[in-house]
Design a protein around this ligand. Sequence first.
Ligand code: ADE
Ligand code: ZN
Length: 330
Amino acid sequence: MNLEEFIKKSPKAELHLHIEGTLEPELMFSLAKRNNVEISFKNIDDVKKAYNFNNLDSFLKIYYEGAKVLINEKDFFDLTWAYALKCKEENIVHTEIFFDPQTHTDRGISFDIVINGIYKALQKAKNEFNLSFKIIMCFLRHLDEDSGFKVLNQALLHKDKIFGVGLDSSETGNPPNKFKRLFKKALENNFVTVAHAGEEGPPEYIWEALNHLSVKRIDHGVQCLKDHKLVEELSKTQIPLTVCPLSNIKLRVFNNLKDHNLKKMLDKKLMVMVNSDDPAYFGGYLNKNLIEIQIALNLSKEDVKILLVNSFKSSFLNEKKKIEWISKIS
Ligand code: ADE
Ligand code: ZN
């Protein structure tokens, strides 16, 4: 079996996936029509042309624009169901997805509509093809902490559905410490915490997320190699870094895949795995991320196996489930 087949047929966990980032242009247009929402693109080709980003902020502008077509519970259901079907197709057996409530509540969409649509689709996928999942609510870091407290209070009413909280959006100038009090309250209410850090931002932001937000995982974290002490710490604690190769190229964190530092991170024994981030915007779902980075960095089968095993080790599944899935990777 060649490596591409090995990647495709192996069970995988995805740990860094924004559900709003799975909005394919075709669905964006059909929802715009269904909901009578005007979007600033003429046609699907026009959308694809706009997906040429200079950095994280230039992407986020378009991403928040696209999300405006999501209005009703059925829209969030359809969006999530389409991603669940991708999981089935790609042998993703466990997924931990992010959603950004403030992107919707700030447009007057109720929190309940958002979470219920997402949750019902994932439950259906669990019942129909045994997809397991966790839902992580992200705070938008370009907004203030008070806005975060408002959605955290809403999340407390949905504790049965929401497993953890995270931090995303525009990183530079919005350090983790801005949200210390908010994460303290989330932790007091037994939410697990994660945070985007070191995507574009400095290693210092990764330290802050570890030391002041008590995160169990760092999302991206690719800037960690600039700080030897941090690498030592991440290697010692085995705090996972959810790396997203195609995202990093599209947002120009690295010039091309051959320059990506994933292999260096593996060589330093960091707990890394591969994820798709916003696949509808960055050109590919999980298998494509794995296949393209394998080719670009000439990763061995052993390297790929470590990435797949790490996806389960780093997940929030229980130990028994982790062992079960890992035993199927060979
Ligand atoms: N929101 C969606 N994708 C993101 C990313 N890659 N970084 C920060 N915020 C995001
Ligand atoms: Zn992300």
